[in-house]
Design a protein around this ligand. Structure first.
Ligand code: CUA
Length: 173
């Protein structure tokens, strides 16, 4: 009897350890599965809502700042390349269509986790022009090491103002 109690306690301890260390993979996934997350449904991202492909990339936010919307999926970030002006705060919103990914900007301390069913957001300012590699920094499957994107930071005067409702990526205008 004592032995059984011990085993049950040990299993509970392991369970707690998993819950404590795998927040994005376990806790949040369960939370979203229970319908509590309120985030976008990963299965219908491409069909409607904020993260349809035509709404991705850099855009003007109604509150006057710049906003970048992205989707992470195995094994790419959409859009693949973003261009932003230097020295201007840029608000990022990202979600995932499948599993957890991590958008990271090499040479900075900035990073953003993409989690299915959840929108992760943060505001970053890139002080100087330059090109940044944007690899995925969370092991997300066999194609993880090929999951790479780019960020081009251009000086403010080289960055033409956005037209209303325009979404911008690195594609030539
Ligand atoms: Cu996506 Cu690793």
């Amino acid at each position: 009897m004592r032995k059984k109690v011990g085993i049950v306690l040990a299993m509970m301890l392991v369970g707690c350890a998993i819950l404590a260390t795998r927040f994005y993979e376990v806790d949040l996934a369960v939370w979203n599965f229970l319908g509590r997350g309120g985030g976008p449904d990963p299965a219908t991202l491409h069909l409607h809502g904020e993260f349809v492909e035509s709404n991705l990339g850099l855009a003007d936010d109604p509150n006057g700042s710049l906003i970048v919307r992205m989707v992470a999926e195995q094994y790419l970030f959409v859009p693949h390349c973003i261009v932003v002006p230097a020295g201007v705060p840029v608000h990022f919103r990202i979600t995932s269509a499948d599993t957890a990914h991590m958008l990271s900007f090499v040479g900075t301390s900035y990073g953003l986790k993409a989690v299915p069913g959840t929108v992760t957001e943060a505001t970053f300012t890139f002080p100087r022009p330059g090109e940044f590699k944007v690899p995925c920094h969370e092991f997300c499957g066999p194609g993880h090491y090929t999951m790479r994107s780019e960020l081009h930071v251009v000086s403010r005067d080289q960055f033409p103002p956005l037209r209303p409702a325009e979404r911008r990526t690195c594609e030539p205008q």
